[in-house]
Structures are given as structure tokens and as C-alpha cells.
Design a protein around this ligand. Structure first.
Ligand code: PLP
Length: 374
């Protein structure tokens, strides 16, 4: 049962019923996957099956996926690991000015160890490729660039980043935060362009508590967590079998449902057209995800609009959920929005389980909020 009209799937998606069933089956099959008896073997099989499903959806080999507790842990593992293996060659790291805090804060921490971080601008939702080319002229430890922005939905051109690496002869590994883009873009064969990538279960219809780091076979980074040697020694700690089982089930379901992305894109276009007609400003980057629409409602502060919609049972977000308690919004500033559009901005994000009827209710609620503020 859906108790809300939920337009905040970029914060977390409603778990698929199949994912809940897979998680509860795994909770009942409670063996420790490291145990050698039949209960342990059954739990291990659930993890292996899930890894195979995610590998198939992400176009990589199952050996190239390490399960973690979250996207945040996966990105921290990539960044700290790459800093360790590459830090002797160069202390320069390239990123963007609009990364999720799980990347931005991990990089800030590297500065304490003497790393210099170069922030490539993403004004208007596109990477400044000229600046990236210049930055690649000198030795670089590694790059970490998200594929899709969690607030604006902008899709950054990762194939162009790979081309620039090739053209400049730079051998620095490229880590991509694919948390928002995984299974949201058709024909997205990211493994052709990146060396490491971060995925998260609860953004694709899984449940919270599982993420994964894709690490290309040729890349060898050290572990972040040491202990019992799970996940090929790269991520010690007893696996969260339930969350991992749900992750694989959700990835498989999305992969089988080819009509999902066009249906989501139709909803995006419907909302953008209806809201624009009301005088709402829709910030739509040239290359964007189908499931995120960032808007500014002239004269209506985000927090006020969020509460007015919430009182009607409608969930949207003012900035990303992770940064909603922090002052300012560096991502929207990086996008180039003026202060008044930042203060009145809302993120609407959805899946194909939303309906056009729900979109109509959202538009009507925003119209009423605008009228009250007039
Ligand atoms: N990266 C991006 C782009 C995100 O949107 C998020 C979550 O909002 C994360 C990373 C963190 O993922 P997790 O919630 O699994 O730690």
C-alpha cells in the first residue's frame, strides 16, 4: 500500500515488492555466508546470485563487484584506496564542483594529507571539458566524477572524460559515482569508460544497507575495512545478505522491464510542460536523467512549499535529502542558479510506479501553493 504520493525517489525509492520478499527470504535463511555448513552455503548462494544479477545489469564480471553497506562506503573505499595506490605518483585529484557529499567530503579529507583537488565546473549541468583538458596536462592521481547529479538530474559526459584521458595520454584511473544513473539511462554501458564505479541498492528499488563498488580487474586498491577477509579481503564484515539479495532482485527486475525508462521520461515531460504553464521555472539540463526534475517556484520558499505539499501527503525534496539540513546549496550554485531561484527550488523525482494522475495532483498542489503566496 502506498500511503504517500511519493516524488522523492532520488532520496530513496520505494522498495519493490519482489525486493522485500527476497530480503525476508534471506532473513529467514539466516546462515552466516562464511560458514561452511549447509546454512552458510545457502546464504553464500544468495550473495553470489545477487552479484551475478547486478553484474549482468551493469555489464561487468561478478568478480569486479564488491558489496558494501552503501554508496557512501563504496565511494570512500574508492577514493581512499586510489589515494593510497596513486599518491606517490601525484597528489592531484580531479573532480567536479557538484559531487555528492560522500565524494566531496572524502576529498576534503584527502587535502589534510597534502592532496590538491581540482574542481571542474558544471555550470548549466555540463562538465567544462576545456578546463578538464588543461587539468589533465599534468600527472594526476585519479579522477572522481559523478555520472548523474542527484539534485539537478544533469548527466555528465563520462565518455568524453575517457576520450580526454586517452588524448592526453593520462593513465589516471577514473572513478564514477553512478548511484543516480544506474538503471536510469538506456544503453548506459558505463564499464566501457570507467575504472571504478559506485552503486547503491536503495536508489533502484532495493532496500537500504547495500551498495557496491565496481573495480575493473586490472585495478588493485587496498581495503578500507580490515577483519575476517570477506569480499575477497576488500570489505571485511559479515555481509548484509538480506539487503544484498534485495539489491540483486531489484537490478534484475529493472533490467527485464525495458519500457520503464520511456514511461518515466514521459512523466518528466508531462510535469515540465504543466508546471511551466503555471509560471514555474524548470531547470532542465541538455543531458538529463528522465526521473529528476528540478524547479523553482517564483515567490514560494522551498521549505514553505515542501511543508505545504507534505501536509497534502505529497513528498518532494528541497535540495538533496543528505544536504537539506546544511546552509546554502553548493550544487545549485555550481549549476549557476541565482539566489532567489535556489531559495525557491524543489526537486521532484519519480519512478514508473508513479502515475500521471499523481502528477496532476502534484501540479494542482503547486498551483494552490502559488495562489496562497500571491
Ligand atoms: N551518490 C549520489 C549521487 C547520491 O545521490 C547518493 C545518495 O543520495 C549517494 C552517493 C550515497 O548513497 P548511499 O545513500 O547509498 O550512501
Amino acid at each position: 500500500m502506498n500511503q504517500y504520493i511519493y516524488f522523492d525517489s532520488a532520496a530513496t525509492t520505494a522498495p519493490y515488492e519482489e525486493a522485500i520478499l527476497a530480503a525476508s527470504a534471506a532473513l529467514r535463511q539466516y546462515g552466516n555466508p562464511s560458514s561452511l555448513h549447509c546454512a552458510g552455503i545457502a546464504a553464500r548462494k544468495m550473495i553470489d546470485d545477487s552479484r551475478a544479477k547486478i553484474a549482468s545489469a551493469f555489464s561487468c564480471s561478478p568478480d569486479e563487484l564488491i558489496f558494501t553497506s552503501s554508496g557512501t562506503e563504496a565511494s570512500n573505499m574508492a577514493i581512499r584506496g586510489l589515494a593510497k595506490i596513486r599518491g606517490k605518483r601525484s597528489k592531484t585529484v580531479i573532480t567536479t564542483d557538484s559531487e555528492h557529499p560522500s565524494v566531496a567530503e572524502a576529498l576534503k579529507d584527502l587535502e589534510k594529507d597534502g592532496f590538491e583537488i581540482i574542481y571542474i565546473p558544471t555550470k548549466g549541468g555540463a562538465l567544462d571539458l576545456n578546463m578538464l583538458r588543461d587539468a589533465l596536462a599534468k600527472p594526476v592521481a585519479f579522477l572522481t566524477i559523478m555520472q548523474a547529479n542527484n539534485e539537478t538530474g544533469a548527466v555528465y559526459d563520462i565518455p568524453a572524460v575517457r576520450r580526454l584521458l586517452q588524448q592526453t595520454g593520462n593513465d589516471a584511473p577514473l572513478h564514477v559515482d553512478a548511484v543516480q544513473s544506474f538503471q536510469k539511462i538506456s544503453k548506459n554501458r558505463l564499464t566501457a569508460y570507467c575504472d571504478l564505479a559506485t552503486l547503491s541498492a536503495h536508489k533502484i528499488g532495493g532496500i537500504k544497507g547495500a551498495g557496491a563498488l565496481y573495480i575493473r580487474k586490472e585495478i588493485h586498491i587496498p581495503a578500507l575495512l580490515l577483519g575476517g577477509g570477506q569480499e575477497k579481503g576488500l570489505r571485511s564484515g559479515t555481509e548484509n545478505v538480506a539487503a544484498i539479495a534485495a539489491f540483486g532482485t531489484a537490478a534484475e527486475k529493472n533490467q527485464k522491464d525495458a519500457g520503464r525508462i520511456p514511461a518515466i521520461a514521459d512523466m518528466h515531460d508531462f510535469l515540465a510542460a504543466e508546471l511551466s504553464a503555471l509560471g514555474v521555472i524548470c531547470h532542465i539540463p541538455e543531458s538529463h536523467l528522465p526521473n529528476i526534475l528540478h524547479i523553482s517556484i517564483p515567490g514560494v520558499l522551498s521549505s514553505w512549499a515542501l511543508n505545504a505539499l507534505s501536509e497534502k501527503g505529497i513528498c518532494v525534496s528541497a535540495g538533496s535529502a543528505c544536504s537539506s539540513r546544511k546552509k546554502g546549496n553548493r550544487v545549485l550554485e555550481a549549476y549557476g542558479l541565482p539566489k532567489e531561484e535556489i531559495e525557491t527550488s524543489l526537486r521532484i523525482s519519480f519512478t514508473n510506479s508513479n502515475t500521471i494522475e499523481e502528477c496532476r495532483l502534484l501540479v494542482e498542489a503547486i498551483r494552490q501553493a502559488m495562489e496562497l503566496k500571491r
